[in-house]
Ligand binder design. Sequence first.
Ligand SMILES: *Cc1c(COP(=O)(O)O)cnc(C)c1O
Length: 384
Amino acid sequence: MNDIVLRDTIVEVNLDNIAYNMKQIRKMVGDNIAISAVVKANGYGCGALDIAHTIMENGADYLAVATLTEALELRRKFRDYPIFIMGYTPDEQLEYIVKNNITQTIFSLRQARILNELGISHGKKPTVHIKYDTGFNRLGFIDCDESISEIEKIFKLDNLNVEGIYSHFALESVEEDSKQYNNFMAAVNKLDLKGCNFKYRHICDSIAGVDYPQYRLDMIRPGAIIYGLKSYDAENIRLKQVITFKSKVYFIKNISRGEGISYNYLWRAERDSVIGTIPFGYADGYPRNMRDKGYVVIRGKKAPIVGVICMDQCMVDLTDIEDAKEGDEVIIYGDGTNGTLDVQAISELADTNKNEVVCRLSRRTPRIYIKDNKIVKVLDYLLD
Ligand SMILES: *Cc1c(COP(=O)(O)O)cnc(C)c1O
């Protein structure tokens, strides 16, 4: 089924923009800092398998994911790329880590020992990064001397490659972040004095990687910025949004003043209106709370979403777009040019963040990959 598109609601993924963003990130950090490119949540909606190559070819050193299954999905297709799991993997599943040469986050001597033993029995030397909690309070060794001595013991395990140590910022404020950084470096320095040195010390995600050049250490873990999603304030890096979410007008009709639209008639026409029906809804990953706030762009003009957004369809007001026709292209969200809402704008209207907007994009929506302005691949998860 490879090159046919059997649905008109699609997510376009611009591979040139991914390449561009990766090059910008590489330029920003220079050649001596490693980039662990985050492709969790199906590559922020882009389809991890079909962007991984572009990311690795344009300056990434590692592919980072959250879960074992995300790592295994990548490993099946890419036998040699370094893959890093940032989340916890339960003891019973650690064997998959070892067999598949995946780098695992750990924060206990128990798991270090299990991996060490598994390494011996499989004739391998598993690679780990130690997670050290400096205040985020999610995962990681608690910041105390006992943890330091546990990490020392981990270092002494012969069959384990302790490659990295890392932490994660809460991004609450510059002051809090600097406290976290100082806690992290204090621990790293204590370990260093005990002969425990790490190839990769890292603490920056996208926002910190852009805003805190002084905290980049040996590696950064950018996700959002690879996809062209960035906070407004950072001006030191230019990025291009990767995703465009598109559909088509399927049906146009006239309704009279006073008529309601969609469930509960939460919208009623204040004038005789022209209404278009478009085949996308919250099951495709569009935030349902965009009702009365969002609009799509048709023929370069704004068409407000009217009425409750359904699971698979929604309605827009076309009254002021006189030349609108069935079959017209609809930009649900784009890069902000030509009047489109970009992911940043959608996230503000939907009261969430940019990452959530794109990682909600569901498997029902085919991904269309663009390179050199041409479609290079169609991926329909339901048919492939
Ligand atoms: C998701 C994640 C990242 C990437 O976050 P962005 O904000 O998208 O850059 C980095 N580090 C960890 C531990 C993560 O879970």
